[in-house]
Design a protein around this ligand. Structure first.
Ligand SMILES: *Cc1c(COP(=O)(O)O)cnc(C)c1O
Length: 350
């Protein structure tokens, strides 16, 4: 119907989030959440912060930014906090890109990028991945209106080194290069050390994956103070209080519990490695992942069939209909028990 809808909304093609089932108990390997809980210090901090709910939160997230800056070895002025990193990404698209020049990103990558592109009236060029599914870096170099690179990429899990990121930055000196590091803590190298040398670099990270805070909605962007000010300008033109009191307190506690973070990400990486081997033994092709998921395909079974077969066995994974990847499944890394359930279900299917 869309009666009364603005033209912008009538034309919008929104992102489809992964399913969050409420009806039955699934082994949930479809949205890359962390299978382990956040640091116990997060719960303490959130409870304490609840005392202040009568009051608006600090719009500048001063304490959380200080904690992130300290951990990353940068200045608080180089950090912007957001309601999930999706919000930082959406603000960045609005702050740094204009419609007269194409922004570029790989095809395939995080499916929110094309959504933002069209919603904000921008233009993009999606450059096909290399045949081995690695990022087409050379084709992302040049006189672009902007570059967006998920590193590691999603849903492939493949990461590039800092030399490659720097090549991209040098090749696009007049455009902002966004490096989306949602999965960087599972084995890739962060580009944060490059922000002092490259005024066009914006690094975006999230609490949702490696710090087990998907439900709290906290992300952050790091870059030159000029870029941070641009993001603040977008935020303060829409909603100054995007990160609530509980989220600021909980995320700060998570950032400060380095031991918990290290233990959690190592458990996920250890599980990833044995599951990748187990899948290969079953005949799957598995891409080399530096993320908390595996991207896998089987020569004798289509992706959709496996998706449906797993669902019938109470295991949720993610699949896309894009012809480039329709034979592939993205499987989040759960606990060892959950992964054993997945493997047993696959044994029935193949
Ligand atoms: C999960 C994810 C995000 C964002 O997650 P938030 O929960 O909004 O922080 C961003 N980029 C990629 C590639 C992701 O997979």
């Amino acid at each position: 119907m869309k009666e009364f809808w603005s033209r912008r909304i009538k034309d919008a093609v929104p992102y489809t989030p992964g399913e969050q089932p409420k009806d039955r108990q699934f082994v949930k390997l479809n949205t890359n959440e962390c299978p382990y809980p956040p640091s116990p210090k997060v719960m303490e901090a959130v409870s304490a912060a609840a005392d202040g709910l009568r009051l608006y939160p600090d719009p500048e997230c001063t304490e959380l930014r200080a904690a992130i800056a300290k951990r990353e070895g940068i200045r608080p002025e180089q950090v912007f906090c957001s309601n999930g990193s999706d919000e930082a990404l959406a603000f960045a698209f609005q702050a740094f890109f204009d419609p007269d020049k194409e922004i570029v990103f790989p095809r395939v990558t995080y499916s929110f990028y094309p959504v933002y592109t069209s919603y904000f009236g921008l233009k993009c060029r999606q450059v096909p991945m290399n045949p081995d599914f690695s990022d087409p870096i050379d084709l992302l170099c040049g006189n672009n209106g902007g570059v967006v690179l998920a590193n590691p990429n999603a849903p492939t899990g493949i990461a590039v080194g800092l030399d490659v990121v720097e090549k991209l930055l040098n090749a696009n000196p007049e455009a902002v290069v966004i490096v989306d590091e949602a999965y960087v803590d599972f084995g890739a190298e962060s580009a944060v050390p490059l922000i002092d040398r490259h005024p066009n670099l914006l690094v975006v990270q999230t609490g949702s994956k490696s710090r087990s805070l998907a439900g709290l909605r906290v992300g952050w962007a790091m870059g030159n103070q000029n870029l941070i000010d641009g993001l603040r300008c977008v935020r303060d033109s829409i909603n100054s209080y995007t990160v609530d009191r509980l989220a600021q307190a909980g995320a700060k506690a998570a950032i400060e519990d380095e031991n918990w973070f290290q233990a959690t990400r190592k458990k996920v990486m250890t599980t990833r490695e044995w599951v990748a081997e187990a899948l290969k033994e079953k005949g799957f092709t598995v891409l080399p992942s530096q993320a908390n998921f595996l991207f896998a395909s089987h020569p004798d079974h289509g992706g959709k069939d496996l998706l449906d077969g797993l669902r019938a066995r109470d295991v949720l994974v993610r699949w896309w209909g894009d012809p480039l990847i329709r034979d592939w499944l993205r499987i989040s890394i759960g606990t060892d028990d959950e992964m054993n359930t997945l493997l047993a279900a696959l044994d029935e299917l193949i």
